[in-house]
Design a binder for this molecule. Structure first.
Ligand SMILES: *[C@@H]1O[C@H](CO)[C@@H](O)[C@H](O)[C@H]1NC(C)=O
Ligand SMILES: *[C@@H]1O[C@H](CO)[C@@H](O)[C@H](O)[C@H]1NC(C)=O
Length: 507
């Protein structure tokens, strides 16, 4: 229309006037064009604009650097449809479309047609049906899809199959019971898939077919699995992290993790495992972190961790039913840094408990066990130990010669809640606290363990044991040195005071 009007005008006005009139227009047009080209060259998107507030209400729209950010909460299908319609004419990039706490039981076909959505969230919206054609138009742009906390009973496979740029799919907190064969076929760019807190009890052997090229993280936690879905998982040679925590897995067997040769982290916590059999992890040559806490493990085969020798650094075995440190099984793990054995039923530690694998350990947690004594040489080869937690045991003594091998490297030590007897061989503790204070204030223990002074029938903070009544000086080198230092400190302060007083008098 404007073009036609102009043309008509040019025929009626004189040629020269027309040229002068249109010059500025040409200039502006050129500038706009140049700007556009510059933006394209710079890789920037042209500026986005939100529709009129009334047209998309109760949804709200904000312009962000990468596109529009749209939020629709506590509304219904009608209003969401209306908002989508208002967005279509300008075909903006919608960087985030977040639909939360709505009443949206069904996602209708073509609802997002002609919209370029990059991240789509439909959360806690009673969603039970995703029609096949509702998402298919988003295939070129959508990278993240979050449909968590809804009523889905199946993976909406047909609606997903065209999302060829999807990187993250979140199906957490739905009601999915079975993952059928090829449920995710077409999602060949997917890197993260999370199915946490569904009701999955069965994963068919071909369930993950098509995800084998890119998938890095898979979360199957909080479901009803009783075994590792070995056949379905075996295709994942790029997978880095597998979470199967909070299921009902009673046994794992050799071969269960076959194929996962790049796995870095395996989480089996909070299942019902009683035993860790030989060679069960032997295919996981790259495994760095293994979490087995919160099971009912009483037995760990001596070859349980074979295959993990070169890479395992983090091992969590807390909240199980172990009666001793499984040293035989741990011995080959010469890279182990972090060993957590809290809340087991360990009452006895043998002198050679850490021989062979202790060198690399920086973090050792033995809290909430039943440990009564520490043999003299037990920590001898823990040459890298920085954190030691032995609170909540039955220790009456923690002799200085037991601690001596680790005292130089320790930065955090917790001995709270033990029935400690105040004695000279605990002097290492106040000394260490002073040291730690000098090394790093933040690391200084805020906790104050108590000990019982037997002959006085009363308790003291270990920091404040009445050394003068304990005949300690001379009995322990570290203690004697440090109390000398303290005495000298006091002496200097007194001299200063005296000098101060004298100078005050002189003035
Ligand atoms: C889910 O949405 C409903 C409204 O549909 C709301 O009442 C409820 O609090 C929301 N739940 C959560 C966990 O946000
Ligand atoms: C801990 O071990 C002792 C035997 O050493 C056993 O009597 C006790 O029941 C165990 N406790 C738990 C909580 O398993």
């Amino acid at each position: 229309m404007p073009f036609a009007a102009n043309k008509r005008k040019s025929t009626t006005t004189s040629g020269l006037a027309n040229v002068f009139q249109s010059l500025p227009n040409v200039a502006i047009g050129t500038v706009t064009l140049l700007l556009l080209i510059a933006q394209i060259i710079n890789g920037q998107n042209p500026p986005q604009t939100c529709p009129a507030v009334n047209d998309i209400s109760p949804c709200v729209c904000q312009v962000k650097k990468n596109g529009l950010d749209i939020l629709c909460e506590a509304t219904d299908v009608f209003h969401i449809n209306r908002a989508m319609t208002a967005l279509k004419p300008k075909s903006p990039i919608i960087f985030y479309l977040k639909l939360r706490h709505n009443n949206l039981p069904k996602l209708q076909g073509f609802i997002f047609l002609a919209l370029d959505i990059r991240h789509l969230t439909i959360h806690n919206s009673s969603l039970a049906v995703i029609e096949e054609t509702s998402l298919s138009s988003l295939g070129k742009g959508l990278t993240q899809l979050d449909v968590s906390q809804n009523q889905l009973q199946n993976v909406p496979s047909s609606a997903l199959k065209n999302l060829h740029h999807l990187l993250i799919l979140n199906l957490n907190h739905n009601k999915i019971g079975v993952i059928h064969s090829r449920a995710f076929e077409g999602l060949d760019t997917l890197e993260i898939l999370t199915l946490y807190e569904n009701k999955i009890s069965n994963i068919e052997p071909e369930a993950f077919r098509g995800l084998d090229k890119k998938l890095k993280r898979l979360n199957l936690g909080g479901n009803h699995l009783t075994t590792i879905p070995q056949k379905a998982l075996a295709i994942f040679d790029t997978l880095k992290k597998l979470e199967v925590q909070e299921n009902r897995i009673e046994t794992i067997t050799e071969g269960d993790f076959e194929g996962l040769r790049n796995l870095d982290s395996l989480i089996l916590a909070h299942n019902k495992l009683r035993q860790i059999p030989a060679n069960v992890f032997s295919h996981l040559k790259q495994l760095n972190s293994l979490e087995l806490e919160g099971n009912m493990i009483t037995y760990i085969d001596k070859d349980a961790f074979s295959g993990l020798e070169e890479n395992l650094q983090y091992l969590r075995l807390g909240d199980n039913d172990l009666h001793m440190i499984p040293s035989e099984s741990l011995r080959p793990l010469h890279r182990l840094r972090h060993l957590d054995l809290r809340s087991n039923n360990i009452s006895y530690i043998s002198e050679d408990a850490f021989v062979g694998f202790g060198d690399s350990i920086t973090f050792l947690n033995l809290q909430k066990n039943d440990i009564k004594t520490l043999p003299a040489m037990v920590f001898e080869n823990l040459n890298s130990l920085e954190t030691l937690s032995i609170q909540n045991n039955k220790l009456t003594r923690i002799p200085e010669d037991v601690m001596e091998p680790v005292i130089d490297t320790l930065r955090v030590v917790d001995i709270m809640d033990n029935p400690l007897i105040c004695s000279c061989d605990l002097i290492w503790f106040p000394n260490l606290l002073k040291e730690l204070k000098n090394r790093d204030d933040e690391m200084t223990q805020k906790k104050r363990p108590m000990c019982t002074m037997v002959n006085e029938h009363r308790e003291y903070f270990v920091q404040n044991m009445p050394l003068e009544r304990m005949n300690c000086i001379g009995k322990s080198l570290g203690g004697a040195l440090s109390s000398n230092k303290a005495t000298m400190g006091i002496t200097f302060t007194m001299i200063n005071l005296v000098i101060g007083t004298m100078s005050a008098c002189l003035i």
